[in-house]
Design a binder for this molecule. Structure first.
Ligand code: SF4
Ligand code: SF4
Length: 200
């Protein structure tokens, strides 16, 4: 009998965690294709980005627009965001307005230039990808992965998305939360492997 993931309940610090994180194989190998569709930022993240616009402009290249009004779409109401308002980044030359020609996010470049945490200015959903939080569950953004041409099409190292995204998971839950999940991993993998043996 195959494992029924929906029967397994894992929760860390008030966020449910999809057990598929421990079995889904993932490799991050391309040059920022996930940024070709832009992202929704919370209104507060948008305001923070606008407040450092001059520093961002300095790091942009000729494939990007230095006209600030080209960076974002109009705000929309969205209860999935803390402030209740989401603001999408615009596409410029077929990629997020903040992605440079080398496939680097200028928000991250700026944070690193200032010796801040590299994710200081990035929208939360950019940090999480290829994970996402959907209806209160930390899960895999497989819809977005599937529509991308290169993302995870040839997973090579046999690692799970849980291992590949360790940094992101620690960002969400902290080191202690990650340790809690490591304990769950052992239990889930035992169940998963025995279900595969039964199927064989
Ligand atoms: S997450 Fe996927 S699309 Fe984004 S850089 Fe990694 S492999 Fe490419
Ligand atoms: S803000 Fe940065 S990380 Fe997010 S989609 Fe745009 S370029 Fe990618």
């Amino acid at each position: 009998m195959s494992i029924n993931f929906s029967d397994i309940k894992i929760e860390v610090k008030g966020i449910k965690v999809d057990p598929k994180l421990f079995t889904f194989k993932f490799s991050c190998l391309c040059n920022g294709e996930c940024c070709h569709y832009g992202v929704y930022a919370d209104l507060k993240e948008y305001e923070r980005i606008i407040s450092i616009k001059d520093e961002i402009v300095e790091l942009m290249d000729e494939t990007q627009s230095t006209v600030v009004k080209d960076w974002f779409e109009d705000p929309i109401e969205d209860s999935d965001f803390d402030s209740g308002v989401a603001v999408g980044t615009q596409l410029v030359n077929g990629k997020c307005s903040f992605l440079d020609k080398a496939g680097l996010c200028v928000l991250q470049k700026l944070a690193m230039k200032k010796n801040l945490n590299k994710w200081e200015y990035k929208p939360y959903y950019c940090i999480l990808f290829p994970l996402t939080i959907y209806e209160g569950i930390l899960t895999i953004d497989d819809e977005h992965i599937d529509r991308l041409k290169y993302c995870n099409k040839y997973p090579v190292n046999g690692e799970s998305i849980f291992e590949q995204c360790k940094e992101e998971i620690i960002f969400i839950f902290g080191e202690d939360g990650y340790e809690t999940l490591l304990n769950h991993k052992k239990e889930i993998l035992e169940k998963f492997n025995s279900s595969k043996e039964n199927e064989a």
